[in-house]
Write a protein that binds this ligand. Structure first.
Ligand code: 13P
Length: 247
């Protein structure tokens, strides 16, 4: 499935000063050869990060507009991100779905447009606690995957799927390696049945939700865990470095 992929989602955190410190820490991490790393600062700090990163780390945006730029106050378009040197964009994060109210259809559209502009897409999926308790985990995850597939079609070569159970995000309640592996395997099987064998075997499926320096190594041993999407622990450079080298 290619290189182990680790993303640091900084969410709406940081100041010029704290981000300078974080980038300095990231620059001093010795990254293993076999890992691909991206960090995702708030839009406002993307130029600062791109201008000060010296380690081989790429930048992801946390969102992008559904289509070409124009009269869309407050939005940032995928072609603007590409122009600024951004290589990836996170789509369908649970906070955008459940706090901001983005729909499956919007997320699919944003993903397809970002791919058309040459960006890689980190396509997030994940169930809420109530879904898991009602045994609806894979129903929810498959529905979210179908919306991506409907919009992007059969070329998933620039997509990384991020499984982030909502109950594990920012809660300190990490999914157990077995819980995560079970859903990752189900996602891989879904890709095989609904997209193609090739996409199923090549697409990286990464886990997010309370990943830290202490739990990442065991999660990384699971067969279908191909990396991580890290929130809180990505704001600490040294700990994020440990997670990047967990494989
Ligand atoms: P935490 O690592 O803070 O739980 O956040 C996970 C996440 O939402 C990454 O996108």
């Amino acid at each position: 499935t290619g290189k182990f992929f680790v993303g640091g989602n900084w969410k709406c955190n940081g100041t010029t000063e704290s981000i300078k410190k974080l980038v300095d820490e990231l620059n001093s991490v010795m990254l293993e050869e076999g890992v691909e790393v991206v960090v995702s600062p708030p839009y406002l700090y993307i130029s600062q990060v791109l201008g000060s990163l010296s380690n081989r780390i790429e930048v992801a945006a946390q969102n992008s507009w559904v289509g070409k730029g124009g009269a869309f106050t407050g939005e940032i378009s995928a072609e603007q991100l590409a122009d600024a040197g951004v290589k990836w964009v996170i789509q369908g994060h649970s906070e955008r779905r459940h706090v901001i109210g983005e729909t499956d259809a919007m997320i699919g559209k944003k993903s397809a447009y970002a791919l058309s502009q040459g960006l890689g897409v980190i396509a997030c999926v994940g169930e809420k606690l109530e879904d898991r308790e009602a045994n609806r985990t894979t129903d929810v995850v498959f529905e979210q995957l179908q919306a991506y597939a409907d919009a992007v079609g059969s070329d998933w070569s620039n997509i990384v799927v991020a499984y982030e159970p909502v109950w594990a995000i920012g809660t300190g309640k990490v999914a157990s390696p077995q819980q995560a592996q079970e859903v990752h395997a189900a996602i891989r099987q879904w890709l095989k049945e609904k997209v193609s064998d090739d996409v199923s075997s090549k697409t990286r499926i990464i886990y997010g939700g309370s990943v830290n320096g202490a739990n990442s190594a065991e999660l990384a041993t699971q067969e279908d865990i191909d990396g991580f999407l890290v929130g809180g622990a990505s704001l600490k450079g040294a700990e994020f470095g440990v997670i990047c080298n967990a494989v």
